[in-house]
Design a protein around this ligand. Structure first.
Ligand code: GLY
Length: 310
């Protein structure tokens, strides 16, 4: 069994953007799957998939990230190895082109778990990163959305966060998540994506990546509780649905979020309580590769697509 699932964010994807979001997720899933099919590690596969999504300006990660209320770009990302619990994360780092690669450098370095803010650039430069030249990470769409908002307070406007989860041929699980956060956020705000057990989690039983309103996901410790529920016997899809419903019961419709997951049996989830979520997956359970992609609910849910393909 090898499998990779990616998401391109839960929220409201305008109909005109469905094709680009689906294509971007499908390309990223293929990129990660190629690593798995070549015998590579789940950790390398999720990094490759998220890097592809960061490079795609259609998503709120890397180039194309949403702007803070000051019109700046601050990135969050994390990557976690389910084998041994190693995690590397970065938060609120400005003008960083490849957040997931810096998170991986933090993981590989091993001294710390999470580096934050402009001060992280000293470490980043030592690992081959250079700040993006002014304005080069800001897409026309990100600028137009920021101008349209003219926000005094942080708006609950997100979407476009990216993530990946994978299981490799040795049964190892890994997860990665990357985001610009929420449009109009206060500079210095850190969301769920870089926080272990909130937006990103991997252990020996489950890997998960969340998307949606970071504050609600942090309060729910969504991905860690998902792993505990699966450890207790739930399927990833059932546990995800129950936890997402609980978030709405607690926090109202604004707490609607999404999550992708894969467990050690290769069972997957791509579940959301938002109008849409972009996703893609490729799985080989020994009968050849099956692929699925879409912007649920505009397309069949991921689980249904893979079931019909199998
Ligand atoms: N889930 C992305 C964020 O709120 O930062």
């Amino acid at each position: 069994m090898i499998a990779i699932v990616v998401h391109g964010g839960a929220g409201t994807i305008e109909p005109a953007r469905h094709a680009a979001a689906t294509a971007g997720c499908a390309a990223a899933a293929r990129r990660g799957y190629a690593r798995l099919a070549a015998g590579g590690a789940a950790l390398d596969a999720v990094q490759a998939a998220v890097r592809a999504l960061e490079d795609d300006p259609a998503f709120n990660a890397g180039v194309g990230a949403v702007l803070t209320r000051d019109g700046t770009v601050e990135l969050d990302a994390a990557i976690m190895d389910g084998v041994d619990g190693r995690i590397g994360a970065i938060a609120a780092v400005p003008d960083l082109r490849r957040p997931i690669d810096l998170a991986r450098a933090v993981l590989d370095d091993g001294e710390h778990v999470l580096l934050a803010g402009a001060a992280a650039w000293a470490f980043a430069r030592r690992h081959g990163h250079a700040p993006a030249p002014p304005g080069t990470m800001v897409t026309a769409r990100a600028l137009a959305r920021w101008r349209a908002q003219r926000i005094e307070r942080a708006a609950e406007v997100g979407g476009g966060t990216v993530g990946a989860v994978a299981i490799d041929g040795a049964g190892r699980l890994a997860a990665a998540t990357s985001t610009g956060g929420i449009l109009g956020k206060r500079p210095g705000r850190v969301g769920d994506s870089p926080l272990p057990g909130c937006g990103t989690w991997a252990d020996r039983g489950l890997a998960a990546s969340a998307t949606g309103p970071g504050e609600a996901i942090i309060r729910a410790t969504l991905t860690r509780r998902l792993a505990l529920a699966v450890e207790a016997g739930a399927t990833p899809a059932a546990a995800a649905a129950a936890l997402l419903d609980e978030m709405i019961a607690t926090g109202g419709a604004a707490a609607g979020a999404g999550v992708i997951a894969v467990d050690r049996a290769g069972r997957i989830a791509a579940t959301h309580r938002t109008p849409t979520m972009a996703f893609a997956a490729v799985r080989d359970d020994g009968r050849g590769a099956q692929a699925a992609a879409g912007t649920s609910t505009a397309t069949a849910p991921l689980e249904a697509q893979l079931a019909s393909a199998g």
